[in-house]
Design a binder for this molecule. Structure first.
Ligand SMILES: Nc1ncnc2c1ncn2[C@@H]1O[C@H](COP(=O)(O)OP(=O)(O)OP(=O)(O)O)[C@@H](O)[C@H]1O
Length: 272
């Protein structure tokens, strides 16, 4: 059974090269996590006293301002970061998709990168070999797939990375917003694959600043604020508190249609 449980977890980052007064002062003036100044070394408290319990079937959106702790929380939930205090227990195989380019090698071909990236995301060699043709077709990269990755444009890299990421079968899928930042035309093409990916993943946590993507992929949400959970609940409730207005008022017409909400009906309270 897939699940993630976190009890009173905190993640601190000591900044060893920020000893001078001016640096401390500069750090103190920045937005983001709290900066402790009790010790000689400034400490950024990226996460403080996080308690949450996620189970199979959960589709959780992570929202919050820049530096609120969303990426750090994703790394804690993936097991990449150990809590400085408290505990985290992760049951299930995690596919962390924080940066589309991670796990790619410049010197090897697109085909070889498909395999390597798939292994990195927890798939077996056999599973990836079965998916190669489908991924190749999706990317529309043709003969380029036999060329080294360093010959690709940025957009071509994104196509390849997105093709691989949307082909995996994750138990726990942790997505950072980068995936929403890809070229709009290609995202349109990738949308169905992304949706299918989320459908077949056991548990999703998705950090994003895009209401449209959150509404399409998530049903509940966590609002992070200065390293703490400020609110947790249904996606619509959390987004309404965070943004100060109902997200259905500003979401695009296309998204409303995809969600099966006509604009006129979307304002009624019983739709969620
Ligand atoms: N490796 C690190 N070393 C030091 N401080 C860090 C590190 N990673 C994150 N932080 C700090 O932790 C806090 C939370 O950062 P995090 O990246 O989790 O925020 P975020 O909510 O994902 O922000 P954004 O929306 O801008 O991506 C910030 O104050 C940031 O400066």
């Amino acid at each position: 059974m897939v699940s993630i449980d976190v009890w009173n977890a905190s993640v601190d980052f000591p900044i060893f090269d920020a000893k001078s007064r001016s640096m401390k002062k500069a750090l103190l003036s920045k937005a983001g996590g709290k900066i402790g100044t009790d010790s000689k070394v400034p400490i950024i408290e990226a996460l403080r006293d996080i308690t949450l319990s996620l189970k199979e079937g959960d589709r959780v959106g992570l929202v919050g301002h820049n530096g609120a702790g969303k990426s750090t929380l994703l790394r804690l939930l993936s097991g990449i970061y150990e809590p400085t205090r408290g505990q985290a227990e992760i049951r299930g195989k995690v596919a962390p998709v924080f940066d589309l380019g991670v796990g790619m090698d410049q010197e090897i071909s697109g085909y070889e990168n498909i395999l390597i990236r798939g292994l990195f995301l927890g798939m077996s060699r056999k599973q990836m070999q079965k998916r190669v043709d489908d991924i190749a077709e999706f990317t529309e990269l043709g003969n380029y797939l036999s060329m080294p990755l360093r010959t690709y444009s940025t957009g071509m890299r994104v196509r390849l990375a997105l093709g691989v990421v949307t082909s995996i079968d994750p138990e726990i899928l942790l997505l950072d917003e980068g995936i929403g930042a890809v070229d709009a035309a290609f995202l349109d093409k990738a949308r169905d694959r992304l949706f299918d990916l989320v459908q077949r993943s056991g548990l999703l946590v998705f950090a994003s600043h895009s209401d449209d993507l959150l509404l399409e992929l998530c049903s509940s949400a966590i609002w992070m604020d200065k390293g703490e959970i400020r609110q947790q609940g249904s996606l619509r409730d959390v987004l309404t508190s965070y943004k100060g207005k109902d997200p259905f008022e500003s979401v695009s017409h296309e998204t409303l249609q995809r969600l099966g909400h006509e604009p006129a009906a979307a304002n009624s309270q019983d739709k969620a």
